[in-house]
Design a protein around this ligand. Sequence first.
Ligand SMILES: NC(=O)C1=CN([C@@H]2O[C@H](COP(=O)(O)OP(=O)(O)OC[C@H]3O[C@@H](n4cnc5c(N)ncnc54)[C@H](O)[C@@H]3O)[C@@H](O)[C@H]2O)[C@@H](O)CC1
Ligand SMILES: Nc1ncnc2c1ncn2[C@@H]1O[C@H](COP(=O)(O)OP(=O)(O)O)[C@@H](O)[C@H]1O
Ligand SMILES: [K+]
Length: 512
Amino acid sequence: MTELLTAAQMRAIEQAAIESGEVTGLELMERAGRGVVEAVFEEWPELAETSHRAVVLCGPGNNGGDGFVVARLLKEWGWDVEVFLYGDPARLPSDARVNYERWAALGEVLPLSAAPSAMTETDLLVDALFGTGLGRGLSDEFQDVWDSHLDCIADGVAIVAVDIASGVCADSGKEIGIYAFVAELEVSFHRLKQGHVLGDRMGRAIVKDIGINTWQHHGSQTCEPVTLVCIEESSLFKTPFDHKYDHGHALILSGGAGKTGAARLAARASLRIGAGLVTLGVPGAAQMEVAGQITALMLRRVEDGDGLASVLEDERLNAVCLGPGLGAERARELVPMAVRAEHTPYIVLDADALTAFAEEPEALFGMLHEGCVLTPHGGEFARLFPDIAEKLKAVPTKGPAYSKVDATREAAARAGCVVLFKGPDTVIADPDGRCIINSAQYERAAPWLATAGSGDVLAGFITGLLARGVAPMQAAETAAWLHVECARSFGPGLIAEDLPEELPKVFRDLGL
Ligand SMILES: NC(=O)C1=CN([C@@H]2O[C@H](COP(=O)(O)OP(=O)(O)OC[C@H]3O[C@@H](n4cnc5c(N)ncnc54)[C@H](O)[C@@H]3O)[C@@H](O)[C@H]2O)[C@@H](O)CC1
Ligand SMILES: Nc1ncnc2c1ncn2[C@@H]1O[C@H](COP(=O)(O)OP(=O)(O)O)[C@@H](O)[C@H]1O
Ligand SMILES: [K+]
């Protein structure tokens, strides 16, 4: 399980490690600096071959302290290293101060204002200005250095950020202020921070171990760390003795004639992910259209709320999906019937089933129960949770900033059910505070998912897993993970129809 930490959680963990007496802050700083140098040589092996030039920008806190360690280690490798400090050396925290002194025995420390001219002729730029202690945006004092770092990017200079790019909030991934740096490589310590996988992050973030092992759950953490999705393959198996009804029966409600494609996509996705049976609930006027397009899927006429209620008397129908192509009016009529159905434990609400309640989200939340899953994209999220979306959208002026994790947790608590907030950084939260991120970034980038109908397929995947008896939180995270795997497996040219068809290959690769 890959944990992602906030700055406060990381501080608490470090503090507990230091207070336990088994490691000192100075040792951690040395390991952090060593980790950065190792990561640089792994990322750019050509830099390890001979000595090169480095510019190290150090800030006024421990991030700067790591920078002094990096400078010293590179110097020991025979590099030509220039170090620039923002702030007064006398005010550095003690460990950073020790490393400042150690560096000062080897070379000069110039003020940050002198850095731009050196940055025109370097092979490596080390950004050790601010890490988890970023408290506000970088002031205009940083403008020249920031401009020069853009020139470095244009010139192809290797840029490594110590912990996280300076100016980026470690909790939210948001840029605080206007002078946020960009780095090709970010080297985090002990664990990635939430900010490494939230938002539109550039570059690549990796973790270097700094030897904190036993203390990770100590400290004054207010809630459990967020984790990256970790799927349990066992929830996807079918045993040789299973009957189709052992894997549930999903009902996907369709919109009217000419609007049935989205529900058909979701239904096919439910079937492919292993629901035993999948039925499309279709209004009479669309029956012919749908009947001509399906084979293994089944079809039931669902004209209105009463029609749905009578279909749902069948206790074998255990998961219902409403939203894709449903239409707002039909959604307003069918959603209350579905969520109140006595025998239907699981409901997925997507697309129109969310937008239909934009005027009265509280009425929707009042009906929901713990078997429900909401799957909004950014627009739908803002319609249902306008105040939360406002907070998330606000341009932060200080850190730590309100994050997509905070927003999704707040939404789940308000809705009283699992909320999956889509994006390349899909955040899934349970009302109990558990929170998981499915990151489609760095080596898991799946930009081909930005195609019409891919969200319908995701809703279908979740519904299928719920039908199979997977609990809502796990169904949402497993579906989100498989969705990205299907996109990555298919690759460029992907359209939504391809996602369910790629699932058998992904399953085979998982060894199912
Ligand atoms: N504490 C530890 O034991 C370890 C810390 N590590 C490093 O320490 C970093 C965290 O250190 P700190 O907590 O000292 O935080 P930082 O070094 O990120 O920055 C904090 C300092 O910057 C100032 N500051 C914040 N925002 C500013 C702004 N916009 N303009 C000007 N000044 C600003 C603060 O007043 C404070 O002096 C981590 O990111 C990591 O790089 C690593 O060495 C691993 C061990
Ligand atoms: N650039 C991207 N990288 C990774 N995933 C993406 C990207 N763009 C969209 N997605 C994913 O694709 C899906 C799109 O869903 P949605 O916006 O509801 O589309 P639609 O309504 O067309 O079905 C979501 O699961 C989202 O997380
Ligand atoms: K940094």
